[in-house]
Design a protein. Structure first.
Length: 336
């Protein structure tokens, strides 16, 4: 298959987080065929029951190309026109997988070795696959992580700080609200205060941003709510402590603010001659923690259409990315 055919084949296999086994098996079988002809080694790296990463090595890897095989919901299959491939995961990140595989095939035809492909599960939720891989390093000195950057090398990416905000109240008949205490009203008051908190800025990454992603609570329209919850995500540009403390002060005694997840912002390696960018999203890279080498971040596709009903990837960028990944591997091998 060429890179377009492989991208469509991968997109057409549903792999929403926690359901990656089928596409993982497809990649495993595909890479085993390549490895059988090129003296490579392919293995499944167990994450939990029914979930696994896929690792393919040619020699002892100095450079590892890596991205994730899970997608966000909902699933919808591929289609194409003269310019784009459309479908869930087209740019985030199945087109990237296809480009990395085709870049690997180019390297193997050129008799280049000492590199690996690592495709992990769970990036869209909690980076479970990267966490397992971080505990099983193979000596790689450089990790080239693939996310949609329009084939520009990212110099930095924002981190993630996620909270749950929980309010408690007292149920009562809504005809007599004075007999109860509304958890929803307490939650709304806390959220209003949080929205007024100024967030840090960074000269390279710009401003931190905050998203109130979910709100839930209450039992019925005629019942004063005894519980309510919101989920909040801050895109971080620096230390989490000042943000956490400022939000806690804003909430006061209205609700309970609980930290759920923190992934720090990160700065990346550069490669001479490549166009660069800065991105606001978070990746698996901090979870790897350097265990697979110094990180770089680059891939085809635009993050602006990822996670949308219009997700797509340019065929031109896909073809360029295959050669780009091969060139980056050779450049890093020469550097090492």
């Amino acid at each position: 298959m060429n890179v377009i055919e492989l991208t469509r084949a991968l997109v057409d296999i549903e792999s929403i987080t926690d359901n990656e086994a089928q596409v993982g098996s497809y990649l495993y079988d595909y890479l085993c065929q390549i490895a059988a002809e090129t003296e490579g080694h392919v293995e499944k790296m167990d994450v939990e029951a029914g979930r696994f990463n896929v690792l393919a090595c040619w020699g002892e890897p100095v450079v590892t190309l890596s991205t994730h095989i899970d997608t966000v919901p909902p699933f919808f299959p591929s289609r194409e026109d003269s310019e784009f491939i459309w479908g869930r995961g087209a740019c985030d990140a199945k087109g990237i997988i296809a480009s990395m595989v085709k870049g690997a095939e180019t390297l193997l035809r050129q008799n280049v070795r000492k590199f690996a492909l690592l495709f992990v599960v769970g990036e869209e939720r909690n980076s479970a696959g990267a966490a397992v891989a971080a505990r099983q390093p193979r000596g790689s000195k450089y990790l080239v992580n693939g996310e949609p950057t329009e084939n520009k090398l990212a110099l930095a990416s924002k981190g993630t700080l996620r909270f749950e905000l929980v309010a408690h109240g007292k149920m009562a008949h809504s005809a007599y609200p004075e007999l109860g205490e509304s958890a929803i009203e307490a939650l709304l008051d806390a959220l209003e205060a949080i929205r007024k908190v100024p967030l840090p800025q960074d000269s390279l990454l710009g401003s931190s941003t905050m998203n109130i992603g979910t709100i839930s609570g209450g039992r019925a329209p005629n019942v004063v709510a005894d519980a309510a919850k919101a989920e909040i995500l801050v895109r971080m540009v620096g230390d989490r402590a000042p943000v956490r403390e400022a939000l806690q002060r804003a909430v006061g005694g209205r609700a309970q603010l609980m930290e759920v997840l923190f992934i720090p912002p990160i700065h990346f390696q550069s490669v001479d001659g490549m166009l660069t960018t800065v991105v606001s999203f978070t990746t698996d890279v901090p979870v790897f923690g350097g265990s697979w080498g110094e990180p770089l971040l680059v891939g085809p596709g635009s993050i602006h259409v990822a996670h949308t009903e219009d997700e797509r990837i340019s065929k031109r960028e896909l073809s360029e990315a295959s050669g780009m990944y091969a060139d980056v591997v050779k450049s890093l091998l020469a550097r090492s």
